[in-house]
Design a protein around this ligand. Sequence first.
Ligand code: HEC
Length: 563
Amino acid sequence: MNTRHTLSALAVAVFAMATSLPAQEAGFHSAPASAAATANPHTTPDDVKAGQGVYQQRCAMCHGATAQGAGNIPALASGPAQSAKPGEIMWYITQGDLSNGMPSWASLPEEQRWQVVSYIKSLGSGGAAAPTAAPAASSTNTGAGGRGVQSSELTAKPFDAPAPTPPFTDFRYEKPGQTRKVTVADLPKPYATESAGNGPKIIPRPEGAWPKVPEGFKVNIYAEGFDTPRMIRTAPNGDAFFVENVTGEIHILRGLTADGKAQTHSVFAKGLNRPFGIAFYPQGPNPQWVYIGNLDSVVRFPYKNGDLVATGASEHIADIPGGKGHITRDVRFSLDGKKMFVSVGSGSNVDDPDTSPAEKNRADVLEFNPDGSGMRVYAYGIRNCVGEAIHPKTGELWCSVNERDALGDNLVPDYITHVQEGGFYGWPWWYMGDHQDPRHAGKHPELKDKAIVPDVLLNPHNASLGILFYEGKQFPAEYQGELFAAEHGSWNRSARVGYELIRVPMLPTGRAKGEYQDFMTGFVLPSGDVWGRPVAVATATDGSLLVTDDAGKLVWRISYTGK
Ligand code: HEC
């Protein structure tokens, strides 16, 4: 097919444009050569064991129980930490990188720092076995319905901290139907509180624990037993496509049994690179392709209604910046089908793109023609637009954005906003309009008045991911055209927040009112342990909502019963 040749030629042109970056920087986080040359004096099996203890106590809350990383917190069991020299890691953890949210560990005894380096190295391929997950994961399974759990988890000491100052909140106060409104007038000064390292301890859902939704709604499990289900979108025929982000697969759930479950589950495609975004094209009842946003490319598969397995190989459409940091790439088409919007989050927390070539074309929404040609930056300074949506009436692009870390509990609000063409949303020099990021004091004064204040400010560190405009017919009329957003939940906040699905009320103009409501909550136990993390939301053909959860490794279904 000769169009394919044309397409790949165009794609090469875009690639050249998008990735004309200088060679990688020399050492691991610019560690000096002397650091690289220093050998680790603590490498016995006992040291590795001691290092595991240090890791679980000091590092797991951010880097994860299995050092798998999360958001812009890098994995340590894989990636650059595994190719770095032990001395370089030692140097780096001793310095830390405060402005990017990595504490300095100079206060730990040197021996312990070396031991944790030994432990990290043992996690790489060829090293010792992977560490065991968080202790609670070993709880016994009692089968049907409940995932058995030690009773200690439900009776564990409740998380204790002073109540939050409204409008800021935390998991203890989240409740379906509760309205919240955060404005720029509410923002504290940077560093008003310390930067927290408080990643969730994920446990299996305890017996009796269940998501809470407003009266009249009901939640059931649509399908379960997955690995890392993330973006979910329904095809025109009603099949629900979702990505398995880590195994690199696209799955399909179809149909509805009498008890609200999927009838079939199939694997549409495999072998993708951290897939996230899903978009059917052309829009309307008869798509010909399904586009997928990989970490570093957009590809498309031939698709017609009813296909359960891809009928052909994927076609490469465009290269996009990959590399470290935020890894989700969403893909949406304009209503007229002429443009494709691809969101690419930043590589770092707040590195300056002026001096960090790795940030080129990141923290942006990129625009392409549907064949991958014509790339340009559509909007910039958007730190990490994880979820995109097109308003069904106005055609405006909307983004759900994760804002920056390490400025304290109540900065910087995550947000949901319509995105202006050419718009600048502040990152990394400004935030929420004319607030300068203290880590970039004095820079880019000319952008101060250009930085847009987003439409809906959320609680800081909510981790707002997938969004959807509700067009189903099942929910009460007041929900028509309203926006739902999946809030994955915080790590950089001393009291957890997020871990919920929210509803964003809209005006008849197609813009947001500016407030939001808790809609599905309850994934955090009183102790602070977490058993569910919403990632994305789609409308099923019957008008119910499907919500992926990558902690529960399943898909929830929310239906309206009116009772
Ligand atoms: C408060 C959260 C937090 C804690 C606690 C934490 N880290 Fe980090 N760490 C980070 C963040 C955020 C980064 C990424 C910084 C950046 O963007 O450059 C990071 C980066 C790193 C890196 C560099 C990885 C790479 O691929 O570039 C290493 C190594 C590391 N941390 C080790 C540790 C160790 C060892 C501990 C425990 C002693 C620890 N961290 C504790 C947040 C944390």
